[in-house]
Design a protein around this ligand. Structure first.
Ligand code: URA
Length: 245
């Protein structure tokens, strides 16, 4: 369900503010009934009419994108940096990222124009696993990695349990590659987790999101998700497990 003014704005009819005014002015009907108050929510199956013309619904699109380093996870950037939507200029629907990866982080990012889907997946309760590969400074001892796995305090709050695995290390160059699986999505979480144990991240990439990974893609490339994958993601978020995987 989405707010009526948002649905009108997303259809490209007016800004959200103007859409609100149109509702208050009695120009909007939902399923044939006039709606003149704000706060009404509608779903895909509702028929919305603005000034007597039915909204044509944007088809829903879902992409798996390999975000390169040095790209902002947003639709615009006031500093003029590259943004993720620059990689989708040939797609007419208005896509936005599901959550975000830091400017310097590369890896798997979902892009969609389906707000309900995005909210569902981003909701902290929905425990979607994300797997990161971090190159960190120094070689963390086992007990420090265990600390990460049990939870460390960042921004005054303990992180949830994580899966942490040393993948490789280089004694000469004093760096290590560590795999971390988390299901929270706090701001710069992985970087802050490693900072808290004294091994700052030098390079970070998200390799997997739920059952999806980057196989077959290079940085900057994308593929459209199949209907089946979209359904699997929804069911994973709603029911916490995937019956098909
Ligand atoms: N954790 C981070 O520190 N950065 C990201 O981009 C994602 C998770």
């Amino acid at each position: 369900m989405e707010r009526l003014q948002k649905v009108i704005a997303n259809a490209g009819i007016a800004s959200r503010r103007k859409a609100e005014q149109m509702i208050l002015d009695g120009k909007v009907k939902v399923n044939g009934e006039l709606v003149t108050e704000l706060g009404v929510k509608v779903s895909d199956s509702d028929h919305v009419e603005v000034e007597g013309v039915e909204l044509t619904k944007e088809i829903k699109r879902y992409f798996l994108f390999y975000k390169p380093r040095g790209v902002v996870s947003a639709v615009t950037d006031d500093k003029g940096r590259r943004v993720v939507t620059d990689f989708f200029v040939d797609i007419p629907e208005r896509l936005y990222p599901v959550g975000r990866l830091d400017y310097e982080t590369s890896g798997l990012l979902l892009m969609t124009n389906d707000g309900e889907f995005a909210n569902l997946l981003m909701h902290p309760r929905h425990n979607i696993e994300k797997r990161y590969i971090a190159r960190v400074k120094g070689i963390p001892e086992k007990d420090k990695l265990q600390k990460l796995a049990y939870g460390v305090v960042i921004d005054g709050r303990k992180t949830a349990k994580a899966k942490v695995k040393m993948r490789s290390f280089d004694k000469v160059k004093q760096k290590a590659i560590v795999e971390v699986v988390i299901h929270e999505g706090r701001n710069r979480q992985v970087r802050k987790m490693f900072e808290s144990i004294g091994h700052p991240v030098q390079k970070l990439s998200r390799e997997a999101y739920a059952f999806l990974d980057l196989r077959g893609l290079n940085a900057g490339e994308r593929r459209e998700l199949s209907h089946h994958e979209v359904r699997q993601l929804k069911s994973l978020a709603k029911f916490g497990q995937n019956p098909h995987v």
